[in-house]
Design a binder for this molecule. Structure first.
Ligand code: GLY
Ligand code: MN
Ligand code: MN
Length: 428
């Protein structure tokens, strides 16, 4: 509210429920912005901030208590709970919003609202504004300015507080345990979905009920598909398996990738490519330092990967020219990372005034270079084809340098091979 202009109002809506099929919904996940500001977990809710309002600045509209519905669908906080449990100054039944919101909007100069995200709500808001316009001759003044709230709010979300980091460190720990479990249980003949089940078992047993995104388990050539989520193939002796999976804990995401050999031992070709990706990833992490700009970790990964591919004979030409012409993009076609937080691809600007922004303490980002050699790439010797490798960790920028939140999952080939040769974990 301190960041908002004088005489303004902000309106945020809850995420809608989503149908999965017929009368079944997907598990409900609150909108990250609304949750960040309130912790309020229910659908059909609206948060209204009116700084300086005498009878309450923080208002929540939500579903009324309803004993009969609650028997079917679960507990509701109701307006009373919204005040007592979630700290609203005042709260109202969502069914009364048409009567109350126009009065709150009237006379405000500016409305902060994320237009275009929820078309039904956009229309309601315009209806309320038109209601006020209709009363202009009686002296009502509708707001004149509509401003996107995202810019102010997402700048806040980009910098993680100590309380947020505590959760993110824990999400990182749970997720690394899950990757270790998958490494130890993996053997030829299992299916990709069985490794997914092992990973998600470890998440759920720790109270992280859902993955932060669809878990990717891609063995062999499937490792070359960046967002592979079929997870249906049988794991073959001699292949690698790439697992990109992280849990969501208390609305915060972890995002980890490890790539390991199905049979516990990297082949010479796999290890050669792997070591290039690992060197790039370690250099990328080192570059996540205060006062470096956002693009520096990406640039160092490009440099190391291009050099490595050249040394292995997979790229041919002069180093700077290969970088300038982006020749590496046949093998490394994505960026080195993204902001991480409540959303896996978290909010926050990457550029300020058209320049890459500087890294500052409290920002959390991923570093996830990869090399993917298409099975159809006829320009390379066939011993390289179908190898897909990514290594991804979550990194906090601190005053003392980068802190890796996901360091408990091994990533040097020797460490992974050692872990995979240990006994498989008991079914916890
Ligand atoms: N798992 C999504 C990503 O790595 O960006
Ligand atoms: Mn990932
Ligand atoms: Mn990622």
């Amino acid at each position: 509210m301190e960041l908002m202009a004088d005489n303004s109002i902000a309106i945020l809506t809850a995420a809608p429920e989503q149908t999965r099929n017929r009368d079944i919904h997907y598990p409900y996940r609150q909108d990250s912005d609304l949750f960040y500001l309130t912790g309020f977990p229910e659908p059909e809710a609206v948060l209204v901030l009116v700084p300086g309002r005498e009878h309450g600045e923080c208002l929540i509209f939500c579903r009324d208590r309803n004993i009969e519905r609650e028997i079917w669908d679960g507990y509701r906080a109701g307006p009373e709970g919204a005040c007592e449990k979630y700290g609203a100054d005042d709260a109202f039944p969502i069914d009364d919003i048409d009567e109350i919101l126009p009065g709150l909007l009237e006379g405000r100069d500016r409305v902060y609202y994320a237009m275009g995200k929820d078309l039904t709500f956009d229309r309601h808001l315009m209806d309320w504004v038109n209601t006020i316009r209709g009363r202009a001759r009686a002296g009502a003044t509708p707001p004149g300015e509509f401003v996107d709230l995202d810019h102010l709010l997402h700048e806040l979300r980009l910098f993680k507080s100590a309380a947020e980091l505590k959760i993110m460190r824990e999400a990182g720990k749970i997720s690394t345990r899950a990757h270790c479990r998958a490494m130890q249980i993996c053997k030829p003949g299992m299916y990709e979905y069985q490794l997914q089940a092992e990973i998600e078992h470890e998440f759920a047993m720790a109270g992280a009920r859902f993955p932060a995104y669809g878990s990717i388990v891609g063995s062999g050539e499937n490792g070359c598909i960046l967002h592979y989520v079929e997870n249906s193939a049988k794991l073959k002796d001699g292949d690698l398996v790439l697992i990109d999976a992280g849990c969501e804990l208390q609305h915060y995401a972890a995002d980890i990738t490890r790539t390991f050999p199905v049979n516990g031992k990297y082949s010479a070709e796999q290890k050669a490519i792997y070591d290039v990706v690992l060197e790039a990833q370690l250099a990328g992490i080192k570059a996540c330092a205060k006062d470096n700009h956002w693009d520096e970790p990406h640039q160092v990964t490009v440099q190391v990967i291009t050099e490595g591919l050249r040394e292995l004979g997979l790229l041919d030409g002069e180093l700077n020219e290969l970088i300038e012409t982006k020749a590496y993009r046949y093998f490394y076609m994505h960026r080195a990372g993204h902001w991480l937080g409540m959303d896996v691809h978290d909010v926050g600007d990457y550029k300020i005034d058209d320049e890459w922004r500087l890294l500052e303490k409290g920002m959390v980002m991923t570093v996830e270079p990869g090399i993917y050699i298409s099975p159809d790439n006829k320009d390379v010797h066939k011993r390289w084809r179908g190898i897909g490798i990514r290594i991804e960790d979550d990194v906090l920028v601190t005053a003392k340098g980068p802190e890796v939140l996901t360091s408990d999952a091994p990533k040097a080939t020797a460490d992974i091979e050692a872990l995979m040769s240990e006994n498989t974990p008991k079914n916890s």
